[in-house]
Design a protein around this ligand. Structure first.
Ligand code: ATP
Ligand code: MG
Length: 568
């Protein structure tokens, strides 16, 4: 596979090549795709890749994309997930129009087709337990063995299957299996289970059914019912494809979908598996599905990631046939690129240190002009108050600095952004020896940030005027896991990053941030991109850091080319 990534030609990949070839060969006039989530959890960024392929391909070829819920396992599925999935797809900017479907819409038809297979001698009711079936199935190196119930007469199979449906048997008592080949090299063809008994209400069909088709039995037939032409899905569905084909070949279906598989998206320092994410929520490791540390779409939205950044990222990651792990730095690059153009600049001091200008007239308050976005001159200016008492960032001061430290230190002069030059004259400490205040002087001639005598300073600091400052809590997020390849399943406690959330409760913001709109991104100068969190109250603002201006834990610098995905 020489041409395995999308990088060669923008917008091109093997899936689009296949569709072009199908159209050229006259196989079908329209392109119909679908996105088939199981409503047993929230969508994550891996699903965004599938969504952007499924909906994107349909759009490009003037076709349509269905949203079909694969709701075949009522023990794990909930209306909450159905609603969240629709909200997240809309948020990404895609729409299924009138084509909102559910596998459960087809339960009658699927049941009829199950009886069709029984009548054709191609399915049978098995009384073995799940464990016994597993043992007889064999392994990759060892052929399977026939169930003692495999050769039941058709009439007995029909009778038992109907009684399964009528609710005569408890969960697990019997299953319906396809009769294919217990010696098949592909384990999916060793008489797979088509129906199982599950007593309990279904979110949509209530108690109408107590037997449910397996995903394998529902999936391809649902596509065929809907006239899906291209069933696009991730790589793990390549192995069962011969089973889907066998079912389509042996049933009187109205159309024949073709399935093509692409690599799953994997990101380092996180997990993209609904099962693992469910565990994180269930065990209380995170505050919920939308905890901003989660890779779910609802969490990314709460964190302030714009949908355009997600789509840009999955496009850059490409559509390939080989699985790979993409570096989260590449995702962050996409986020910064979008936000840099749009986010207004503001000043916020995350860890404040009081700075008093002893020669500034007491009671005086000036209004300084500040640019809203240097990248966007049309963004205009705003006024920020300046006064005798300010907050600066604690990290911007060192009492005993190394030679390369140009920010504040005793005797040192710096520029306050949009304001004046100030020089540190005195350091005030509390009883424990901690620095609590800097006494400075300012040079009134440097208003606006330049000295008339041409003298230079090497650092420009952000600051907030104490009298007008808005107190806030700021939440900084770091990777949820402390290793690039966390172990999925089992106990992942050891891999969790204990510092994934850092809450700064003493932060001080410039007054303009009081009217920040929910979900509007802002850049805190020199810090990163932030957005208001729904936990905010009128008297207590909470901001999330969407992404830092620069990645501190890698060695990336501004001038470096964008990071690229790395193959495993
Ligand atoms: P998970 O493994 O996270 O539970 P899933 O595959 O069970 O996900 P589904 O609801 O079955 O989730 O997924 C719906 C569609 O999304 C499937 O067609 C699947 O191929 C695709 N998909 C799921 N995860 C990814 C991923 N990481 N990258 C690309 N596509 C994905
Ligand atoms: Mg799956």
């Amino acid at each position: 596979m020489a041409n395995d990534t999308a990088a060669t030609e923008p917008g091109r990949d093997f899936i689009r090549d296949i569709i072009d070839a199908d159209i050229a060969a006259g196989r079908g006039r329209e392109v119909v795709t679908r996105f088939p989530p199981e409503p047993n959890g929230y969508l994550h960024i891996g699903h965004a890749k599938a969504i952007s392929i499924d909906f994107g391909v349909a759009q490009e070829y003037g076709g349509r994309c269905h949203l079909r819920f694969d709701d075949t396992n009522p023990t794990k599925e909930e209306q909450e997930y159905i609603d969240a999935i629709q909200r997240d797809i809309h948020w990404l900017g895609f729409d299924w129009g009138p084509h909102l479907h559910y596998a459960s819409d087809y339960f009658d038809q699927l049941y009829e087709w199950a009886e069709h297979l029984i009548r054709a001698g191609k399915a049978y009711v098995d009384d073995l337990s799940a464990d016994e079936i597993r043992v007889l199935r064999g392994s990759l190196t060892e052929s399977g063995r026939n169930s003692p119930y495999r050769d039941r007469p058709i009439s007995e199979n029909l009778d038992l299957f109907r009684r399964m449906r009528a609710g005569e048997f408890p969960n697990g008592a019997r299953v319906l299996r396809a009769k294919i080949d217990m010696a098949a090299g592909n384990m999916n063809l060793r008489d797979p289970v088509l129906y199982r008994i599950l007593h309990g209400p279904h979110p949509r069909t209530g108690t109408t059914w107590c037997i449910y088709p397996t995903y394998d039995f529902a999936h391809g037939q649902s596509d065929a019912i809907e006239g899906v032409t291209h069933s696009l899905c991730s790589l793990e569905f390549a192995d069962p494809r011969p089973l889907y084909d066998w079912l389509i070949d042996n049933l009187p279906v109205p159309s024949r979908p073709r399935q093509y598989e692409f690599a799953r998206l994997s990101l380092n320092y996180t997990v993209l598996s609904k099962r693992a994410l469910t565990e994180l929520v269930r065990q209380g490791r995170v505050s919920g599905w939308d905890d901003p540390r989660m890779p779910t779409l609802s969490a990314l939205r709460r964190r302030g990631v714009p949908p355009a950044a997600i789509l840009d990222f999955v496009r850059r990651a490409g559509v390939a046939r080989a699985n790979s792990i993409v570096d989260v730095a590449m995702f962050e690059h996409s986020i910064r690129e979008i936000l840099n153009k749009t986010a207004p600049r503001r000043m916020a001091v995350l860890r404040p240190l009081r700075l008093v200008i002893e020669n500034y007239p007491p009671g005086l308050e000036e209004q300084l002009d500040a640019l809203n976005n240097p990248e966007e001159p049309a963004g205009g200016t705003r006024r920020i108050p300046f006064g005798r008492e300010l907050y600066v960032e604690r990290d911007d001061f060192m009492e005993h600095p190394p030679k390369s430290f140009y920010r504040l230190s005793p005797g040192g002069e710096v520029r306050l952004r949009y304001g004046y030059f100030v020089t540190c004259r005195e350091v005030v400490k509390d009883a424990t020896g901690e620095v609590v205040e800097l006494i400075c002087t300012y040079d009134p001639a440097t208003r606006g940030g330049n000295a008339p005598d041409g003298r230079k300073v090497r650092a420009t600091l952000h600051w907030v005027a104490a009298a007008q400052a808005v107190p806030a809590e700021i939440r900084l997020y770091n990777p949820l896991f402390n290793r690039p390849d966390p172990v999925v399943g089992g106990d992942f406690t050891a891999d969790l990053n204990p510092h994934s959330l850092e809450r700064l409760t003493q932060s001080q913001l410039e007054p303009a941030l009081r009217s920040a709109a929910p979900s509007e991104a802002v850049q805190f100068e020199r810090q990163g991109y932030f957005c208001l969190d729904p936990d905010s109250a009128a008297n207590r603002l909470v901001f999330n850091r969407t992404v830092a201006l620069r990645e501190s834990w890698s060695k990336l610098r501004d001038s470096d080319p964008p990071p690229v995905g790395q193959k495993t």
